[in-house]
Design a protein around this ligand. Structure first.
Ligand code: SF4
Ligand code: SF4
Length: 438
């Protein structure tokens, strides 16, 4: 067997995947009320086209695209609009949302199903993926159709399906690949047809040997990856799979590569083959703060509290609730925030699991520098940020940081490095927008 591939840097946090990895995906009932965010993807929020009192059908458009980097938002159930409001969200304090009182959870195609999608042109397939609101389901939420529409001067020769799922605790993609491999593969084939790529592959960490075996048995080209964090980050994945380096500030398509997540493949096949827009997802609900961790298929707009309930409810010790994984996730202050297309996980961490918040002074050990997969100097960027030296932070490459959390994880002083770096990114971008430069 050939050696598993990887990248330089990174870290090895405890996986904790055994908590939920053996649990089959369970469909949880659609709740009586859904709060559907109009800002589920990277880019401009969609513009609401419904008002309170309107009746909506399953899959009906609630919000239209608002600019090029934007997607429509669809209704995950039939019912009545009871509000277009500003609501608490998992990825930001609040955001615009349509609240629906559910009358029927029955699903029906919102588009003409294309079981023989092979007759369709790449443009038709791309338009369908856009109109169905498909975005990256790994958490980045970048509109998928944009990655399928590279500029004419960029030739794409490689499609990598990201099956790494390197975030500790999360097992939603693992279960999807294990339970619905044919959907993942068909989605991959649609994406390959759009990009005219002949031999796509799927990158999977070696901690999922059953999925590697299954995909190989089905004739898929698999690249086995070393279990290391952040193996699933795009640049690290591209380097591990095809030994090409994405330039700083660039994208994989600059070097002929497109990366799509395994969960995105399922959303693509549902949109194209079945005519179902992107209105649900599989989410891992785990941590020692819930009684029965597992993986749940749920409608977008379902409150986190329903997912926790499906996972047996809270245990006696819950220190922190997190949307996403422990490395890149965001702590949420209430479980009434709704699931969005990017909600890969809901973590209820016990006191033992939650990383402490005490911060000490930097002891210049250099561990953060050694571990950064992008060869940045997190300690220095953080220091520049702390002192408001935005130009210095920019020169040190603050904008290249992907907020993977590796540096903060390895820091023995508990420095909140990602917090400082993100602050610098916000300030540098705000100054650039204001034309002041940083
Ligand atoms: S500086 Fe950014 S990219 Fe580097 S380890 Fe820290 S969070 Fe990750
Ligand atoms: S790991 Fe922490 S203590 Fe060590 S150099 Fe980086 S910021 Fe300083």
């Amino acid at each position: 067997m050939s050696r598993a591939r990887s990248f330089s840097g990174g870290t090895h946090p405890p996986g904790n995947k055994e908590l939920s990895g053996s649990r089959e995906i369970v469909r949880i009932p659609v709740p009586e009320t859904l709060t559907v965010s109009l800002c589920q993807h990277l880019g401009a929020p969609s513009t609401p086209v419904v008002k309170p009192g309107d009746k909506v059908a399953f899959g009906q458009v609630l919000g239209e695209r608002n600019g090029f980097i934007s997607l429509p938002t669809h209704s995950p159930a039939a019912g009545k609009v009871v509000g277009v409001v500003e609501a608490p969200m998992p990825h930001r304090r609040t955001g615009p949302a349509v609240v629906i009182s559910v009358e029927s959870a029955e699903e029906a195609p919102a588009f003409e199903p294309w079981p023989y999608w092979g007759n369709r042109t790449p443009e038709e397939l791309t338009d369908r993926i856009r109109d169905a609101g498909v975005c990256g389901m790994g958490g980045a939420c970048f509109p998928t159709f944009i990655k399928l529409s590279p500029p004419p001067d960029k030739r794409i020769d490689t499609l990598i399906i990201n099956g790494a799922e390197c975030e500790p605790y999360l097992t939603a993609d693992y279960r999807l690949m294990l339970e619905s491999p044919d959907d993942v593969i068909e989605g991959m084939r649609i994406l390959a047809a759009v990009l005219r790529v002949e031999n796509p592959c799927i990158g999977i960490e070696v901690n999922k040997p059953d999925v590697i075996g299954l995909m190989k048995k089905k004739g898929v080209r698999v690249v086995a990856l070393r279990t290391s964090y952040p193996q699933g980050a795009e640049k690290q994945l591209v380097h591990a799979v095809c030994r090409r380096k994405v330039p700083a500030g660039g994208l994989p398509l600059d070097i002929g590569v497109v990366v799509q997540n395994a969960g995105t493949c399922v959303a693509v096949v549902q949109a194209v083959r079945d005519g179902i827009p992107s209105v649900s997802r599989v989410t891992t609900v785990t941590g020692r703060g819930v009684r029965q961790p597992g993986n749940f298929l749920c409608s977008v707009g379902t409150p986190f509290s329903r997912l926790v309930e499906a996972a047996g409810g809270y245990g006696p010790d819950v220190k922190r609730l997190v949307s996403g994984g422990p490395m890149m996730g965001i702590a949420v202050h209430t479980d009434e925030v709704p699931v969005t297309k990017g909600t890969s996980g809901v973590l209820a961490l016990s006191s033992e699991e939650a990383v402490g918040t005490d911060e000490g002074p930097c002891i210049r050990c250099g561990r953060c520098v050694d571990s950064c997969p992008l060869s940045l100097v997190p300690n220095m960027i953080a220091k520049a940020s702390e002192y408001g030296k935005w130009e210095a932070a920019r020169k040190l490459g603050a904008l290249n940081c992907m907020a993977c959390g590796t540096c903060g994880y390895v820091c023995p002083a508990g420095r909140h490095l990602v917090h400082y770096i993100k602050r610098a990114q916000d300030e540098i971008r705000a100054m650039a927008r204001a034309g002041k430069g940083a």
